[in-house]
Design a protein around this ligand. Structure first.
Ligand code: KIV
Length: 285
C-alpha cells in the first residue's frame, strides 16, 4: 500500500519530520528508493538533462515521461510517485489535461507536478476536479529557462511579492504541495509560513517543509558537475568507474569469467556433436 500524498502533506500541520523527495527515472533506482528512508519519488523532466543529455528540459516528450514513470512505479509499492508534466504538454490547457490524464492512467503514478504560478490556476483547478493530485513548482522553473535565466528568483521586492502571490494562488487552486527552486532562504521560509501545504525546497534553504534532490547530484554520479544547491552524499560515479576498470582488467587477464560464472558440457556429448558437423573447408568461397 502506498503512502498517500495527503498523509505526507499532513506532516506539516502536525509538526512531523521534513518530507524527503528524490528524483528517479528507472526501475532499479526506484527499488533502491523503496528500501531507503526517502518518502516520495519525483520522475522529473530533469531526465532531459541527466538521462538524455539535453541542455534543458524542453525536448522531453509526454511519451518519455510515461516510459520512465511506468518503470519507476513498477519498482515501488509503498513510495508515492509524482510525475512532471513536460514543457511540450503545456502549450494549451487542453493539451495539459490530456497529458496529465494519460500520465496518471498509463503509469499508475499518484500525482503530476507542473511549473508556474497564478496563470496556472484554471489548469490546476481543472486537474484537481478531475481527480488528479497536483504538485506546484515555483521560483526557478526550468521550463522557463529562456525567459528567467538560470538564477535565483524573488530577489527584489516586486519579485518576492509575485512569488508569495503565486504560492497563495496555486494553494487555493488545490495543489497538495509545491517545489520552491532557487528561492532565497528568507523568502522560502516566509512563503512556507503563510501556506498550509508543504514547500519542498531545492535551493530553497532548510526552512522548507522538505527537500528534493536530483538522483545524479546527490549520489555523485556526474563527477564533473555539482550544482550549488546540491551535495554529493555518495561517490557512485567513482565507484562505478572503479568497477568498470576492475571488470576490464579481469577480462584482459582472462580471470573473468571464473569457474562460478560458467556452465559445462559432457565431453562425450560435445565430441558426438562435433563429429556430426563437418569442419569448415578453408578453400570454400
Ligand atoms: O525535474 C526535476 O527534477 C525537478 C526538480 C529539480 C524539482 O523539477
Amino acid at each position: 500500500m502506498r503512502t498517500s500524498l495527503s498523509k505526507l502533506a499532513h506532516r506539516k500541520s502536525t509538526g512531523g519530520d521534513p518530507i524527503v523527495m528524490v528524483t528517479a527515472y528507472d526501475y532499479t533506482s526506484a527499488k533502491l528508493v523503496e528500501r531507503s528512508a526517502v518518502d516520495v519519488i519525483l520522475v522529473g523532466d530533469s531526465l532531459g538533462n541527466v538521462i538524455l543529455g539535453h541542455d534543458s528540459t524542453l525536448p522531453v516528450t509526454v511519451e518519455a515521461m510515461i516510459h520512465h514513470a511506468s518503470s519507476v512505479v513498477r519498482g515501488t509499492s509503498s513510495v508515492p510517485v509524482v510525475v512532471d508534466l513536460p514543457f511540450v504538454a503545456m502549450a494549451t490547457e487542453d493539451d495539459a489535461v490530456r497529458a496529465a490524464t494519460g500520465i496518471m492512467a498509463e503509469t499508475g503514478a499518484q500525482s503530476v507536478k507542473l511549473e508556474g504560478g497564478a496563470h496556472m490556476v484554471p489548469l490546476i483547478s481543472r486537474l484537481v476536479q478531475a481527480g488528479i493530485p497536483v504538485m506546484g513548482h515555483l521560483g526557478f522553473t526550468p521550463q522557463s529557462v529562456n525567459t528567467l535565466g538560470l538564477k535565483v528568483q524573488g530577489k527584489d521586492e516586486a519579485a518576492a511579492v509575485r512569488l508569495l502571490t503565486d504560492a497563495l494562488a496555486i494553494q487555493k487552486a488545490g495543489v497538495w504541495g509545491m517545489v520552491l527552486e532557487l528561492v532565497p532562504t528568507e523568502l522560502a521560509e516566509a512563503i512556507g509560513s503563510r501556506l498550509d501545504v508543504p514547500t519542498i525546497g531545492i535551493g530553497g534553504g532548510p526552512g522548507c517543509d522538505g527537500q528534493v534532490q536530483v538522483w545524479q547530484d546527490l549520489l555523485g554520479l556526474d563527477e564533473d558537475f555539482t550544482p550549488r544547491h546540491a551535495r554529493h552524499f555518495g561517490s557512485l560515479g567513482a565507484a562505478a568507474r572503479n568497477a568498470l576498470d576492475a571488470y576490464a582488467a579481469e577480462v584482459q587477464a582472462r580471470t573473468f569469467p571464473a569457474e562460478q560464472n560458467v556452465s559445462h558440457l559432457d565431453p562425450e556429448v560435445l565430441s558426438r556433436a562435433l563429429a556430426r558437423v563437418p569442419a569448415a573447408d578453408p578453400d570454400a568461397e
